[in-house]
Ligand binder design. Structure first.
Ligand code: F6R
Length: 596
């Protein structure tokens, strides 16, 4: 949902801003732009389209400077055009502003400015900020920014530069993430840490803060202009942050899953989790959006099967109700790769107001969610760049299953021998995921066969149904094929009417105890002309009455959602590739959904 960067230091700002925007492009790719102090004022170059269009424009129009801001946009107000691209300049080019978030009162502010003779050129909510700062400027840039943001309602992180202070970048944060980074004699600003790789120290700004950044340091203020202490932390790097050049990010990230599973297993903070559940917890509620919510569904199923415990799962945006049905005995597990998803943050806020304790499961330590939670468990799967969640979803499921085992043990709900068997299995998952990857070329072949399907239905029972929901989401978001997930048993209650030639069913059938029912599902859809692709454990594959069987290694059903996820992610990837889709940047989407 838009990414912003800022730089001030001794090096060429343009190339550093561009490299930051390249890392942030996953947040939105409708347009991009930069504003740089050139010594003779502020130069702005911005273009609709991918970052490469801006890079080409900058190739022709040489812009040089050591201080600037940049933006990559996911359009909310106004279509993707050069004019609606950020940065926005105020009258006479005195201030340039980039914005991430949504302003709820931009229409009255625009009217206010127009009455005072300001002409607004774009259809965006963001442009008013540049003009408001200009309007309030009376010789003090910080004062003008503070005055302007006092008028603005909604969510915003901002980068601001002005002709009055050629070596200063301002960062402002309210409800949209912003990180300040420190390199050697240089400082930067970024929506997330991935865009400022040259900074080895950083701190995430809190809501209600303004940072004034020069090449000599950072001064932090609250929205009333009072100084605040600044404290940087050292950045930790991770082997899984590396990008595999020449391979799509989505595929590279799927291929990292075995390593991620190994790290996730070895670093799981078992004792900390046990302490958490040693306290009184009467009720567990899982919140998340999209794939993170689906990971919660797998967890709920596991908790029922392994611990006999009923866990509630809610889509975070649906939790924003007057009656949240949580209290001080509730443990909320908030799941989010980015830790910046607005719906999840708002839902967590609501749960905390009602007295619940919040454990976040998050991939970004420096995220808003982690800071908003009572305690956090960090998935260590490294930076995920592709818009579609792959390795992060698997890391979430792994962590949740490990939590489930500890919970079952501490509450005395599992026999020690069963626990030992499960624990041994958790250690084997990395190798089993590696085995799934070895069947990549067969999955690609099956994907080619299904690439022109009229619709694809993902079907399964229990844990397989939870897994099927994620498989379906993955396919639709990257390939644009129509896809839905249903519990297999529901087919005959309506959905069977849609089964005909040209339609595909992906039947997730990993539980040997359900073999008969799953085989019946396959027959039910194929005898109506639909094609079946079955995901089954190797030992049952030969008996499945389907044209295509994608095998996973034998494993207890509890862990199958991890292995079937890898199969379905590869399937989605190869269908999308065969259809010529931009797998890493699917249309209309952005990686981090920082607006409601
Ligand atoms: C799907 C996908 C999204 C995210 C959702 C939540 O592939 O990536 O559905 O899972 O937007 O994002 P996080 O986990 O960052 O809160």
């Amino acid at each position: 949902m838009c990414g912003i960067v800022g730089y001030v230091g001794k090096r060429d700002a343009v190339s550093l801003l561009l490299s930051g925007l390249r890392s942030l492009e996953y947040r939105g790719y409708d347009s991009s732009g930069i504003a740089v102090h050139t010594g003779a004022g502020i130069s702005v170059v911005k273009r609709a389209g991918r970052l490469s269009v801006l890079e080409e424009a900058l190739h022709e129009r040489k812009v040089k400077g050591k201080c600037g801001i940049g933006h990559t946009r996911w359009a909310t107000h106004g279509v993707a055009t050069d004019i609606n691209a950020h940065p926005f300049l105020s009258r006479c080019g005195k201030f340039a502003v980039v914005h991430n978030g949504i302003l709820s009162n931009y229409l009255p502010l625009a009217a206010f400015l127009r009455e005072r003779g300001v002409s607004l050129v774009s259809d965006t909510d963001s442009e008013v900020i540049a003009h408001l700062i200009d309007y309030y400027y009376t010789g003090d840039v910080l004062g003008a920014i503070l005055r302007a943001i006092a008028d603005v309602k909604g969510s915003f992180s901002l980068g601001v530069i002005s002709v009055f202070e050629p070596n200063v970048v301002y960062g402002v944060r309210k409800d949209s993430p912003l990180i300040v980074g420190e390199g050697e004699g240089e400082y930067a600003l970024c929506s997330d840490i991935s865009g400022i790789s040259f900074c080895d120290k950083y701190f995430p700004m809190d809501n209600g803060q303004v940072a004034r950044i020069t090449e000599n340091g950072v001064t932090l203020y609250d929205f009333k202009g009072r100084k605040l202490p600044v404290s940087f932390v050292k950045r930790e790097s991770d082997i899984l942050d590396e990008r595999e050049l020449g391979t799509d990010d989505m595929l590279a990230e799927i291929r990292q899953i075995p390593t991620s599973l190994m790290i996730g297993h070895d670093s799981f903070p078992r004792e900390r989790v046990r302490e958490l559940f040693a306290e009184e917890v009467k009720d567990i509620l899982v919140l998340g959006c999209g794939s993170a919510y689906h990971a919660g569904l797998v967890f709920a199923e596991a908790m029922r099967e392994v611990a006999g415990e009923c866990v509630r799962t809610e889509i975070a945006s649906e939790f924003l109700t007057e009656r949240p049905c949580v209290g001080k005995d509730t443990l909320v597990i908030a799941i989010s790769q980015s830790g910046e998803t607005a719906d999840t943050l708002l839902a967590v806020g609501r749960a905390k107001e009602a007295g619940a304790k919040v454990l976040s499961l998050c991939n970004v330590r420096a995220s808003s969610l982690v800071r908003q939670s009572d305690c956090a468990l960090i998935t260590r799967c490294g930076r995920e760049m592709a818009v579609a969640a792959t390795k992060s979803y698997v890391a979430q499921v792994q962590a949740l299953l490990l939590i489930c085992l500890e919970y079952a043990d501490i509450k005395g709900k599992i026999a020690p021998s069963a626990l030992d068997d499960f624990r041994a299995e958790t250690a084997a998952l990395s190798d089993k995921a590696e085995e799934v990857l070895r069947s990549e070329s067969y999955i690609e072949k099956v994907a080619l066969a299904a690439k022109d399907a009229e619709a694809v239905f993902f079907l399964g029972r229990k844990g397989d149904y939870a897994a099927a929901r994620e498989g379906s989401l993955k396919l639709k978001e990257v390939s644009y094929l129509f896809s839905e997930a249903y519990p297999s048993g529901e087919l005959k209650h309506g959905t069977l009417a849609l089964m005909e030639h040209g339609v595909y069913g992906v039947i997730v059938a990993t539980d040997p105890a359900l073999f008969g029912k799953n085989a019946a599902t396959v027959s039910e859809i194929t005898c109506r002309g639909a094609s079946a692709i079955v995901i089954a454990p190797a030992s049952l594959a030969a008996e499945m009455p389907a044209g295509y069987v994608l095998c996973i290694p034998d494993a207890p059903p509890l862990f199958s959602p991890i292995l079937s996820a890898v199969v379905m992610q590869l399937f989605a990837y190869y269908v999308a590739k065969a259809r010529g889709c931009d797998v890493d940047r699917p249309r209309n989407l952005a990686k981090s959904v920082t607006v409601e």
